[in-house]
Design a binder for this molecule. Sequence first.
Ligand code: GAR
Length: 208
Amino acid sequence: RSRVAVLISGRGSNMAALIYASRAEDCPYEVAMVTGDKPDADGFEIARAEGVATEALNARELGASYWTRLQQLLEAASIDLVALAGFMRIIPEEFVAKWDGRMVNIHPSLLPRHKGLKSHEACLAAGDKFSGATVHLVSPDVDGGEILGQVEVAVLSNDTPDSLAERVLIAEHQLYPDTVIRYLNRTRDFDWITNKVGELALALPETG
Ligand code: GAR
C-alpha cells in the first residue's frame, strides 16, 4: 500500500475522511503520518486516537528550516504521496518540485474558479449556481495544478458562506479519498466526475 502523509493546519475533517477510507480492505493507501505547520491543530487528536503517527512541527518557530525538517520527516517515513488537507500555508517552489506528481490538495471550489482563500464568499458574490470541491496536483501555480477530481454542490438561494461550506465539506469527504484512490490506482479515468463539471467550469470565466 502507498504511504500517504496528510498535512493539516486545523480541524482535520478531510484528514479523518482519508483515514477512515483507508480502512477498506481494497484501499491502495495507508495514512502513515499526519503532520502540519501548527502543533495545536485539532486534527492531531483525531489522528492519535485513530492510531496514526503524528509529527507536530511549528512552522512559525522553525522559520525557513520548517521545509527542510518536513522533508526529512517525509523521507524518514518513506512517504509516497503527500495529501494537503486544510493545510493553509503557501509551499515554496523547491518543495513543490521535490513532490512533483506526488502531492495533492483539496480546494473548496470548482477550480479554476475561486482560487485562494474565502472561496465560498467569492462563489456567492459571483452569483454562481454551483459550487463544489476540487482535488488537484500541487504545482507552483497556487490552486492551479492538474485537476484530478471534482464534484458539484448546488448553491441554495439562502446560502451563507458558512452554510455553503458545510455542504461542500460533505462532498469533500467523499471526493478526497475517492480521488486519491483513483490516482494511486493510475486509472486516470476521472470522466465520471469531471465531464459535467469540466464543461461548466470552461463556460465560466476564471476568477482570482
Ligand atoms: C476544507 O474545506 C478544505 O477544502 C479547505 O479548508 C477546509 C479544511 O477543513 N482548504 C482550503 O481552503 C485550502 N486553500 P478540514 O481541516 O476539516 O479538512
